[in-house]
Design a protein around this ligand. Structure first.
Ligand SMILES: [Zn+2]
Length: 226
């Protein structure tokens, strides 16, 4: 027997919020008699169970999940985790959706192996699965390439080939801006080239991303000293 898709097509929740088709869980079977439910109704056509309480739970869990996915998009990972746990506690019917959320969270934290494992564990009926797996692979490749550019920038800088070093560190910035050493090296290289304007831009962007980075913070301190 062909498995039914786990998730609903794009639709509105009872609050009227338009949610992505991939984020919604649905009541596929009656929790009392396990009979398949083809459309939303207050009463199970098979056993007469009152379904409204289950739909209310699912709606609430779906709203919570939608918020969680939005939080990932905004980079609010702790909030996303908290909301995922909340959705799971409301109803186990969102388990797959929460697994998808966890894969997204792992990916946004660049924990590639973890993201891969979580995404692989999703049933094939989850439409987002193959797209997510591709995304994980391509971001992982980008990180590898970014680190290679970082190493080339470092090698060039050590040989005092600062023009080459600039080129490679710019590529690294494009690919792996979420790693602090990239910003440290970028500032050092541009200072060596007396390109203070660019060094300052890198310093500011680096500090915005890593406010506690010791080297960058010490430069900032020097700059603001009288
Ligand atoms: Zn029933």
């Amino acid at each position: 027997m062909r498995k039914r898709p786990a998730l609903l097509p794009t639709t509105r929740t009872s609050t009227g919020i338009l949610v992505n088709e991939l984020l919604l869980a649905q009541l596929k079977a009656c929790p009392v008699c396990r009979g398949e439910l083809s459309s939303r109704s207050d009463e199970c056509p098979g056993c007469g169970a009152q379904l409204a309480p289950y739909y209310e739970q699912i709606d609430e869990a779906n709203r919570t999940l939608t918020e969680a996915f939005n939080a990932v998009t905004r980079g609010e990972i702790e909030r996303a985790r908290e909301l995922g746990g909340k959705a799971q506690a409301i109803t186990p019917l969102v388990t797959e959706n929460v697994a998808l959320l966890q894969a997204r969270i792992a990916l946004s934290e660049k924990r590639f192996a973890d993201a891969w494992e979580k995404a692989q564990g999703l049933p094939d009926t989850v439409k987002e699965k193959s797209g997510l797996l591709h995304e994980i692979v391509s971001l992982h490749e980008a990180e590898t390439t970014g680190k290679q550019h970082f190493n080339l920038a470092l090698t060039s800088a050590r040989r005092e080939y600062y023009v080459d070093a600039s080129y490679h560190i710019e590529r690294a910035i494009e690919l792996i801006p979420y790693l602090a050493p990239v910003w440290r090296l970028a500032v050092k290289i541009e200072l060596k080239r007396d390109r203070y304007e660019i060094a300052l831009q890198h310093l500011e962007e680096g500090l915005r991303r890593f406010p506690n980075e010791t080297y960058l913070a010490s430069l900032e301190l020097d700059r603001s000293a009288p």
